[in-house]
Design a protein around this ligand. Structure first.
Ligand code: HEC
Length: 199
């Protein structure tokens, strides 16, 4: 009788401690994940771009966002967040634009900075002229005076030196013959029109 009583008491205490364990372990569970601070926000990101010249990083990207506050913006994952939504001096290319609000909620979109890059007829004529008369001494491997006329961006960048040496002074091509009036007119015509790739 005593043994039986002991056993049943013991059984109850085991049961109680199992229940206790369960309720305890339930209460000591870590709290579930905090409410998502980005849930319910509808961040709308708008990005626009202007084209970049092929010989310089002259494109721009303008970004704006709605649906939250305290936004910061960056271009591409590797970029640095900034408060301004305007990015200057951007080379041609396609970018992922990021916006992040004060709570860290991020939104991305894609924007393309086009390259203005189609050579116009006046520039093409200068390039053709220079490839025959100037490139023998100014090319990818020989760059007299630091000038490489095989690189069309160099022609655009140093157009005033080209005019001084080949048109005004007539000191290039070095050793002559001096360019003809018609050839000089090709250079001045392009520069007068704006001296750009697309002229
Ligand atoms: C036979 C070789 C030769 C040819 C052809 C030649 N150059 Fe040069 N060029 C040189 C040398 C050498 C220098 C460096 C010495 C100097 O500046 O005079 C130079 C330097 C230059 C410079 C840089 C110096 C400066 O004044 O800014 C320019 C610009 C230039 N050349 C333009 C031209 C143009 C444009 C043509 C074609 C119409 C041309 N060259 C053809 C040999 C040549």
């Amino acid at each position: 009788m005593k043994v039986q009583q002991f056993l049943s008491v013991n059984r109850i205490s085991v049961l109680v401690s199992i229940i206790f364990l369960f309720s305890c372990s339930k209460e000591s569970n870590p709290p579930g994940p905090a409410a998502d601070p980005c849930a319910g926000k509808t961040i709308v990101l708008t990005a626009a771009a202007t084209a970049s010249s092929p010989c310089g990083n002259t494109g721009t990207v303008t970004v704006s966002a709605t649906g939250s506050t305290g936004f910061a913006f960056k271009l591409n994952n590797s970029g640095a967040y900034q408060a301004s939504g305007t990015f200057n001096s951007v080379p041609a290319g396609t970018y992922t634009v990021f916006a992040k609000d004060a709570a860290g909620c991020e939104k991305t979109t894609s924007v393309t900075v086009n390259g203005t890059g189609v050579p116009g007829p006046l520039f093409a004529a200068v390039k053709t002229l220079m490839s025959g008369t100037c490139q023998p001494c100014h090319n990818n491997s020989t760059q007299n005076g630091g000038m490489n006329w095989a690189n069309q961006c160099n022609i655009i960048q140093f157009q005033s030196r080209i005019k001084i040496r080949a048109v005004d002074e007539g000191s290039m091509p070095q050793g002559g013959p001096e360019l003809s009036p018609a050839q000089k007119a090709i250079i001045t015509g392009w520069i007068t029109a704006g001296g750009r790739l697309e002229d």
